[in-house]
Design a protein around this ligand. Structure first.
Ligand code: PBG
Length: 333
């Protein structure tokens, strides 16, 4: 790219920064409600709105409350929600059988929301961690997170999720070969229109801490996830993961966490030119809210700036716990 600029004082950058209307007119990127996917935590019960301590403003909702939240999201114009189950210890075991129970919490929630709010998209996570007494995303055998046996469980999980009416499956488990297995299973079972947003560039990260608390997995997790999630030192490796997932049938790809990995977002968009999403994860949310609550930053401004950064980095959309708040602000309420 050749940059042509006149020398000062012929060129003065500040001429175009002078007023709101000038700055808006020349803005290169825009954040809109269409860009937002709202992750929601569901739990058993009725009429339950239970705060997540490490994520102020985020609650675990019983299914009836999740239906209300979905209704509100649709009213705000949020295109899609992502449901995550808070699973009680009694529903966790080493074989993760609750993951492929057609009537498990997240599948019941999906059916209830689909019936009540047909116009909102529903995305579900394909990974075993909420159901695993070992807290891992794959099955653990003799202390090893086993790949190929996990694929069989993930395939069954994906099918009951598709059956419940999920529009998008988000495999977040990072087992090798999962996208191909899930895509073939969907094709073979007449779920040809269910799309896959692969958590392709998912890093082993400390920023997931509050989420594990929210889904009740922190107590269960033994060790860390470094044998399957990507090393934060690597960038080329993420490109290989994206290439492989696309070749196995992923429709969209995701980078996760978000803000510490904006370089990865930009590389994915530039190199693959496919629908690219980022997950502004629980730890990123918690940091912005906590600093805001302490009066150390302006929470709303930091929130908007952090989300604009994803657009600038090439993302088409963002999973963010701020979704309803941002939507309200963008809608001018
Ligand atoms: C589980 C999963 C995680 C997140 C989404 N799906 C946590 C993990 O991998 O341990 C994190 C989301 C967040 O932190 O907001 N497969």
């Amino acid at each position: 790219m050749s940059l042509i600029t006149a020398p000062f004082p012929l060129a003065r950058s500040r001429r175009l920064r002078r007023t709101d209307w000038l700055r808006d007119m020349g803005g290169e990127n825009q954040l809109t409600v269409d860009d937002l996917i709202w992750p929601i935590f569901v739990r058993e019960g009725t009429g339950v709105i239970e705060p997540v301590a490490s994520m102020p403003g985020v609650n675990r909702l019983s299914i009836d409350e999740a239906v209300k939240a979905a209704n509100q999201a649709a009213a705000f114009g949020i295109p899609c929600i992502a449901l995550f189950p808070y699973t009680e210890a009694k529903d966790k075991n080493p074989d993760c059988t609750e993951a492929f129970n057609p009537d498990n919490l997240v599948n019941r929630a999906t059916r209830a929301i689909k019936a009540a709010v047909p116009n909102i998209g529903i995305m579900l996570d394909v990974a075993l961690d909420p159901y695993n007494s070992d807290g891992h995303d794959g099955l653990v055998r003799d202390g090893i997170i086993v790949n190929d046996e996990s694929l069989m469980a993930l395939e069954k999980q994906a099918l009951v999720q598709a059956e419940s009416g999920a529009d998008i499956l988000g495999p977040s488990d990072m087992m090798d070969g999962r996208i191909g297995i899930i895509r073939h299973a969907l094709e073979a079972n007449d779920f040809t229109d269910v799309s896959i947003m692969s958590y392709s560039a998912k890093y082993a990260s400390a920023f997931y801490g509050p989420f594990r608390d929210a889904v009740g997995a922190s107590g269960a997790l033994k060790g860390d996830k470094k044998t399957y999630q990507i090393n934060s030192a690597n960038s080329d490796e993420a490109m290989r993961e994206v290439a492989r997932d696309l070749s196995e049938g992923a429709d969209m790809v995701m980078v996760k966490p978000g803000m510490p990995y904006l370089d990865i977002c930009r590389r994915v968009k530039d190199e693959f030119k496919v629908p690219t999403f980022a997950y502004q994860v629980s730890g990123e949310y918690a940091m912005i809210v906590a600093a805001g609550q302490n009066g150390w930053i302006d929470q709303d401004k930091a929130m908007l700036e952090s989300l604009m950064a994803f657009k600038r980095a090439g993302c088409d959309g963002i999973l963010t716990y701020f979704a309803p708040k941002v939507a309200e602000m963008l809608n001018g309420n």
